[in-house]
Unconditional design. Structure first.
Length: 229
């Protein structure tokens, strides 16, 4: 059955594959909401680091989870902002340290269970583009369109370096490449909801594809999946 607010689009893939860039622009062009579900895990990882809790320590993290209250808000221009309690952490969670913490907390089943309901509630009515690592496999296996973006670790690390340099932050390519490979191994190898394409996902390698070509391809897929008015 068609969803009340329109199609639901799931875009998965590893860090640096272009998920956020593509998902945000596809949502803008098609008049859909954009929801960065990976921000939820980053927010939990950020809160753990702030509390001095090792993100890999299941017992300590499980004790902290009930006190972590997350919610999304629409910011200027319609952009989605992520809050931890009364703190807007949207910009604070985009560091290499938090990226690694997010990968660690995402390996705990109780964290994924706690965040699953929030993600499903946000996307249940459709009319949204969600990006993450298990949207098409776990969160919304019935999404109307499923896309899996990938790229070589070297290209993804260079994109991250460029992003940091643009913000005036230190960008050590060798370190970022090592962290990219470490996160890939953790995300793909975890026992709970490992990173992998859904069986019916469209696979797009963005290593040499310009962002505009990827965006147009995904928009075309969504338009093709949308029921005629």
């Amino acid at each position: 059955m068609p969803r009340p607010d329109g199609p639901l689009v799931a875009i998965d893939g590893p860090a640096g594959a272009g998920k956020s860039t593509v998902a945000r622009e596809v949502a803008r062009r098609l008049g859909l909401r954009y929801l960065d579900t990976g921000a939820l895990y980053r927010a939990v990882g950020w809160r753990a680091l702030q509390a001095g809790v090792d993100p890999a320590d299941a017992a300590a993290l499980e004790g902290l989870m009930p006190a972590i209250v997350l919610h999304f808000e629409r910011g200027p221009g319609g952009a989605t902002r992520i809050w931890v309690g009364e703190t807007d952490v949207t910009d604070r969670i985009r560091t290499p340290e938090v990226s690694l913490a997010a990968s660690a907390v995402a390996g705990h089943g109780f964290v994924r269970d706690a965040l699953l309901g929030l993600q499903r509630a946000e996307g249940a009515r459709g009319g949204a583009v969600l990006d993450g690592r298990d949207i098409g496999t776990v969160v919304f296996p019935d999404a109307d369109v499923k896309v899996f973006l990938d790229a070589s670790p070297e290209v993804r690390a260079q994109r991250r370096c460029d992003e940091l340099a643009a913000r005036g932050e230190p960008a050590d390519y060798g370190r970022i490449l090592a962290e990219t490979r470490d996160r890939d191994a953790a995300d793909r190898g975890r026992a709970v909801a490992p990173l992998k394409p859904a069986p019916d996902a469209v696979l797009l390698d963005t290593t040499e594809l310009p962002a505009e070509a990827v965006i147009e391809r995904v928009c075309s897929l969504v338009r093709g999946a949308a029921p005629a008015a």
